[in-house]
Design a protein around this ligand. Sequence first.
Ligand code: HMG
Ligand code: MG
Length: 298
Amino acid sequence: SLPSRVTIWEVGPRDGLQNEANVVPVEVKLEFLDRLALAGLTTLEATSFVHPKWVPQLADAEELLSRLSPRDGVRYPVLVPNARGLSRALAAGVSHIAVFASATETFAQRNLNSGLDAQFAMFEPVIGQAREAGLDVRGYVSMCFGDPWEGAVPAEQVLAVGKRLLDAGCSQLSLGDTIGVATAASVEHVIDTFTAAGVAVGDLAVHFHDTYGQALANTLAALRKGVTTVDSSAGGLGGCPYAESATGNLATEDLVWLLDGLGIEHGVDLDALVETSVWMSKQLGRPSPSRVVRALAG
Ligand code: HMG
Ligand code: MG
């Protein structure tokens, strides 16, 4: 059976803009965030406190947050990899962070300069200190369905990484298909692996990239399993600079169209969102890859 309401976790300002060839001016980022909030999105992943040389696109995290006027009822989580990132995020006054683990050895090295086991030495103290400071902590797991260097990833390996994040104090896991290779069957299998191990489906979110055009089908498979938090990016912006062949995320507009058709509540004004993505595509100088944006923008 399907949920009656879904929380859309908007990652465009972070996952979208981290992959842009050109650095987007902070004024444009601020307007993007505000337009997304006005369109009804209540969770806006705003930026990352990662090493500015690793992701120069988000090196303005401090300035962005200091100039942001938060909207009532909207949360603005940020990515934090390590102790240095946490102290920067705390100084910026955030109340919600996300750590991002890898389900594979190779991606842990490439994305975090760490390793499959070693990454926890970085995350566990961050999660603990963040929780002590009263912050909510989400845990991402990347490469849950396949890895460009290692191929298929065993669901048990994904579960082991996810369990360690939950045990360390994460309130939610986001299962990432970083390179977009999942299909409905592998999505069901990974979700079943977590629930069979006693993880509540309400603690799972899904994070699909649309590289192979499967993101919507995968989302429907996850909804049928009872998942109620879905990550997406306005206009389908995005990708990960450290993952070969990662294209944009599931477009928020495409997700909203699906949810509307299923009668699932989400709280987003589709017209305002499409207008935002059309505006953003002008800022970036290229059209949105979202099918729904293209259809509705005429
Ligand atoms: P490192 O070079 O191993 O860091 O990078 P280090 O701990 O060895 O420190 C080296 C220097 O960097 C030190 O400075 C630190 O202070 C500084 P020094 O003492 O030499 O002057 N430093 C920092 N400065 C500012 N902010 C920080 C920070 N950390 C260290 N946070 C590190 C390790 C994890 C920092 C690096 O690998 C990194 O920043 N990685 C982030 C990569 C990234 O952002 N990837 C994209 C996000 S993940 C994603 O997109 C997937 C997702 O969407 C889900 C999915 O699709 O699957 C979430
Ligand atoms: Mg991603």
